[in-house]
Write a protein that binds this ligand. Structure first.
Ligand code: ACO
Length: 324
């Protein structure tokens, strides 16, 4: 018997306000055509004033718990992947814990920017496999609209707010790649590239939240190659290959990166979940959002092999292979 972390529920939440590309053209030298042709993005959601990352995370968590048919008291641990916490501390995960009415278990945040959900999922899997937790709520939640420089057309048109969540539960498997649950993962970081994508403020430096800065073309240059490599490594660790993949659920940063990576892996686009047109880049929230939206559409059948891959600031990148 091999213990596996199986997805038993998914959920998501998107703030009410939808901002179409054309809205940016009113204040910036940009156009709907430029944004969509360069990124695939048509619209994104922005959180309302007074609506925080924890609010988004709690809503997504409630949705995922309902989908799993369990209550918060059944959860042992809450992990939130975010780079836009409500406050410097405590962790958003503790606010989620309290918001859900949990008084037991433990809760912490993971910060690996756009790769955060993949890092959180791999760590939650480790806690389940080691017996530290039986059920873990893994959430990606972001309010990137709060760290945008609204005068920088090269970044502010690309990002959005939202949250997605999955419930993982320990189940027994046979120890083969036919088992349901997380089969393998691969995580990487290379801090030499931290200047390609960063926020120009922080607690210990400026004492402010700062604004996102990105050398988009350089990030792009690293993305396809690193995403294909990490996906291949994770699949290899599971004893599988790209031909076995039923669904790729990639980080939703840019449609051209998503297409380029699929092509490099040899996976056709009809097996790739794409939500970037409606959500923009929601950083750590993008994969759980896409998972939840696709699950609600009934796209995943039990036993399907799902590959999640992401890259973000750090640079940090990774992949998780799981059977639905
Ligand atoms: N509207 C109109 N023109 C624009 C805009 C805009 N919104 N933004 C930039 N431009 C201009 C630039 O100024 C540049 O003009 P110039 O040639 O006169 O200098 C021109 O468009 C081309 O700019 P590039 O940056 O070369 O455009 P590119 O085709 O590379 O697309 C983009 C830019 C969309 C940012 C792309 O490089 C990209 O997606 N990069 C990856 C970003 C990413 O994946 N991030 C993921 C991680 S996010 C995270 O971790 C938080």
């Amino acid at each position: 018997m091999t213990r596996r972390a199986v997805v038993i529920g998914t959920g998501h939440y998107l703030p009410q306000r939808v901002v179409e590309n054309a809205e940016f053209a009113r204040t910036l030298d940009t156009s709907d055509e430029w944004i969509e042709s360069r990124s695939g993005i048509k619209r994104r959601h922005f959180a309302a004033e007074g609506e925080y990352t924890s609010d988004l995370a709690i809503a997504a968590a409630r949705d995922a718990l309902a989908d799993a048919g369990i209550t918060a008291s059944d959860i042992d641990a809450v992990v939130v992947a975010t780079s836009t916490p409500d406050m410097t501390f405590p962790a958003v995960a503790t606010q989620v814990q309290d918001g859900l009415g949990m008084t037991g278990g433990f809760a912490f945040d993971v910060q690996a920017v756009c790769a955060g959900f993949v890092f959180a999922l791999a760590n939650a899997n480790g806690m389940i496999v080691s017996g530290q937790a039986r059920r873990v709520l893994v959430i990606g939640a972001e309010t990137f609209s709060r760290i945008m420089d609204w005068t920088d057309r090269a970044t502010c048109v690309l990002f959005g707010d939202g949250a997605g969540a999955v419930v993982l539960e320990a189940r027994d498997g046979a120890g083969t790649s036919d088992d349901r649950g997380i089969l393998a993962s691969d995580l990487n970081s290379d801090g030499r590239y931290r200047d390609l994508l960063y926020v120009d403020g922080g607690v210990s430096t400026s004492g402010t939240a700062g604004h996102l800065r990105m050398q988009g073309r350089e990030v792009f240059r690293h993305a396809v190659e690193k995403l294909a490599a990490t996906a291949t490594t994770a699949l290899d660790r599971a004893g599988l290959g790209a031909a076995d993949v039923d669904w790729v659920v990639p980080h939703q940063a840019n449609l051209r990166i998503i297409r380029g990576t699929a092509q490099k892996l040899g996976v056709s686009m009809d097996r790739v979940v794409v939500t970037v047109q409606d959500h923009g880049n929601t950083s750590a929230a993008s994969i759980p959002l896409a998972l939840s939206v696709a699950a609600r559409e009934g796209r995943f059948a039990p036993g399907d092999l799902v590959l999640c891959e992401a890259i973000g600031g750090g640079l940090s990148w990774g992949a998780v292979v799981l059977r639905w």
